[in-house]
Ligand binder design. Sequence first.
Ligand code: SAH
Ligand code: MG
Length: 192
Amino acid sequence: MVIKDLEDYAKEYNIPIMLPDGIEFLVNYIKDNNIKNILEIGSAIGYSAIRMALVDSNIIIDTIERDQTRYNEAIKNIKAFDLDKQINIYNIDAFDYETNNQYDLIFIDAAKSQYIKFFEKFSNNLKPEGVIITDNLSFHGLVDNPELTHNRNTKQLVKKIKKYISYLENNTNYNTEFIKTGDGIAISKKKN
Ligand code: SAH
Ligand code: MG
């Protein structure tokens, strides 16, 4: 199995894995900042976890996925890449997941309507020099151009993402940088 197989599977079954530019940005960020301990919220089929783990054999990732089918697929993929020593995946809702582990990076890539709650719940698990990265803040360009959708649920989600963006901008404990790559990424660093 190769990375391209995961990308093809995601396309075929409509699994919202990171966009090519976004994942490229993320793995380079991990490389450049010597990140070793990662918590990921939203594993889907394990694509981003596998890409991150392949950066360095000393990287350890805990990743959470509530959907049983995607979790099963992720388990299969992690084994196929021989990464079970580096990636621990949990089939649970992130809000039911409790840990005292401290991470260099917390990557939020799950239900967009819950971003503030994920951020607040897991910020206790961030090392002092750590960083929280959030994906999908452009939401296919809808955040900048909400008139592109007339779907009520989609409009609601756009509102929630905007709310999260101002939450980050106004959070005095963190410095947040917004990067317009992939589907829009935020990098929030704890102020010390
Ligand atoms: N990070 C993956 C893509 C994740 S897609 C990648 O780039 O390869 C988002 C996933 O988050 C979905 O599979 C969804 O089932 C999961 N998810 C959403 N809300 C969740 C929650 N509260 N707890 C755990 N998983 C959640
Ligand atoms: Mg995403």
